[in-house]
Design a protein around this ligand. Sequence first.
Ligand code: ADP
Ligand code: MG
Length: 328
Amino acid sequence: PRLANQIAAGEVVERPASVVKELLENSLDAGARRVDLDIEAAGTKLIRIRDDGSGIASDDLPLALDRHATSKIESLDDLEQVGSFGFRGEALASIGSVSHLVVTSNTAEAGSDGQAASCSGRDMEVTLKPAAHPRGTTVEVRDLFFNTPARRKFLRTERTEFNHLDDVVKRIALSRFDVSFALRHNGRQLRDLRRCDNEADQLRRVASLCGPAFVENAVAIDRNAGDLRLHGWVAQPSFSRSQADLQHFYVNGRYIRDKLVVHAVRQAFSDVLYQGRHPAFVLYLELDPAEVDVNVHPTKHEVRFRDGRSVHSFIYSTLHKALADIRP
Ligand code: ADP
Ligand code: MG
């Protein structure tokens, strides 16, 4: 199991940003309304994430650090319709195998009788002790890759690694307006995103994550057709920005970067606008979960639509119309 954990770690834990992604998704799966991230040295020294989610029951805590222990699927049938992010039950075990990991959690409101489970590196011996914690979970990952020098060597500069990590936070914050997110790096508060109660709040968050210029030049779209809904913001044709990072597409709340989707969006933009512009958008596609497989690969952002053709034409026609309407 030790070796298996480290192999699995290679799949899921490529760099600090991938750890943060797994931990953020766990917090959201647990129903958190507020998530606080504390990062040191771009996550190589410390990643601490604290949430106010359901917490982990004492008996389940050691299990949570075990490979393939997931509380999220009961049967194989559930795999068909995974609503939660996690379902493989290997993230915490993988992270624990390449770091010093402490998970402190409490399911009770009282906050007195929590528990902390720790493990370090390869041997995965889990130590338990009582620890006070309000309802929710804190996961602390120290010295990532301390025992895998090869992986450590592949890390880029602190700045690059932190940018990757911040991208993950950004993507997730754009998908969950109902959750507060805070991000500190080396003791400095870099993001403080309050939960959004209305569209004005949402626009404020989009402005803070995508830049005020995007919001000033964006129009809101929202269209339903049968079981499909596409909503979000697309930039005005007059708004030209050459960064590819202003392209956020979500399917059922999950960030994706999929060939079919990219093609439909590109085609709509280029059919309406003249050449050379880079589309900027934050878009959310919602459809029946049975119509899409979002778990094609644990780390890639691909999806598989059951009826790709109608999804493509729905995205294309919706955007084409929206862009043509606002063309100056
Ligand atoms: P998965 O998310 O695939 O189930 P993980 O290794 O990421 O696997 O987590 C293992 C288990 O630990 C989860 O199924 C869940 O029960 C529990 N868990 C992890 N993080 C949290 C959290 N922040 N809040 C509540 N439970 C958690
Ligand atoms: Mg998980």
